[in-house]
Design a protein. Structure first.
Length: 328
């Protein structure tokens, strides 16, 4: 049955006047009369008793009115639930990140999102570089923060931070007396690094730094994330390399030293997302990321050769100042 019949019937039953019901329904009287007669034919019994210029509900009409109202209320409720579900989905963003990289990003980003978009719900997932791309492909996350470059035809990337490397050592390490550590001295230190299988971009960047100095690095332990690497450093297993923006969060028994390189090599931290994603919440999320981290919006174009490694480049001074604002 067409729901229009029920809406017409309820209007006539409440007005007990076809003319007033037609005005209420924004239609003409003959149309309302035809719909009511058709409805009575479908039901198989009169719903109204007509006496000259007056109308009354029959017993069947009273019963049908009660159930018609319930049906329309249920339909309206179902529509509202569907809209709520759509709003809930539109207000939710799932974000991936590498454990240990979140502090300088989310410590500034989350307060801004709470202020500008209090209805937005964000879920977080710690993933490796490769897992992030797979999660974006499968649409289990909407955006991610990871090292560049990202080579994928369906994924867009924007630079949000320029990372410079610092060496993390125990405070009593022999190299702690140096203000800057020559890259060649890294060959003397067992380094704790993530596996190349899960962090290919980061490892490619580290290896390029080593090659530029003509050395080969020693890897004693592979750790899945920066927290595990720092734990290994603390028990004397070696040293690790981290982005400079993370050094403010280290415990007192660690020291950090920059590399003796001019210019300093930099690795881009990117926010990545699907190019065809039209989720309204994602658009708001990305706008907040751009404003909060104060980085120039630049879409990274992947190199033609997929085996190429990140370039060692010095950020312009203007980018340095903007990146500084993005640190916690």
């Amino acid at each position: 049955m067409d729901l229009r019949y029920l809406r017409f019937f309820i209007a006539v039953a409440e007005e007990l006047n076809v003319t007033r019901a037609a005005e209420r329904l924004h239609t003409v009287q003959p149309s309302v009369s035809r719909q009511i007669h058709r409805l009575e034919e479908i039901v198989g019994t009169p719903l109204f008793r007509r006496e000259r210029h007056r109308m009354f509900l029959t017993d069947s009409g009273f019963a049908f009115l009660r159930e018609s109202r319930a049906i329309l209320e249920q339909i309206d409720h179902a529509i509202e639930l569907a809209r709520q579900a759509a709003r809930s989905h539109n207000d939710r963003v799932s974000v991936g990140f590498i454990l240990g990289t979140e502090s300088p990003i989310f410590s500034r980003l989350v307060p801004m999102l709470r202020k500008k978009h209090p209805e937005m719900k964000i879920s977080y997932r710690t993933l490796s570089e490769l897992e992030m791309i797979a999660a974006l492909d499968s649409k289990t996350i909407d955006a991610a923060f990871c090292a560049g470059p990202i080579i994928h035809p369906g994924i867009a990337a924007e630079c949000v931070l320029h990372q410079k490397l610092v060496v993390v050592l125990p405070s009593d390490h022999p190299l702690a007396d140096l203000k800057r550590i020559p890259v060649a001295r890294l060959s003397e230190i067992p380094l704790i690094l993530p596996p190349s299988a899960t962090s290919p971009n980061y490892i490619a960047f580290i290896n390029q730094v080593a090659r530029s100095a003509g050395i080969q690095l020693k890897t004693l332990i592979e750790c899945d994330n920066v927290m595990e690497a720092l734990n290994s450093v603390s028990i004397g297993n070696g040293a690790c390399l981290i982005p400079d923006y993370q050094q403010g969060f280290l415990p007192d028994h660690f020291i950090t030293r920059s590399l003796e390189l001019d210019p300093q090599p930099t690795l881009d931290m990117l926010v990545v997302y699907r190019k065809d994603d039209k989720l309204p919440a994602l658009k708001a999320f990305l706008e907040a990321v751009r404003e909060c981290l104060a980085a120039p919006v630049q879409v990274i174009t992947p190199p033609v050769n997929p085996t190429s490694t990140p370039s060692l480049m010095k950020s312009p001074s203007s980018k340095k100042s903007r990146t500084g604002k993005g640190r916690a």
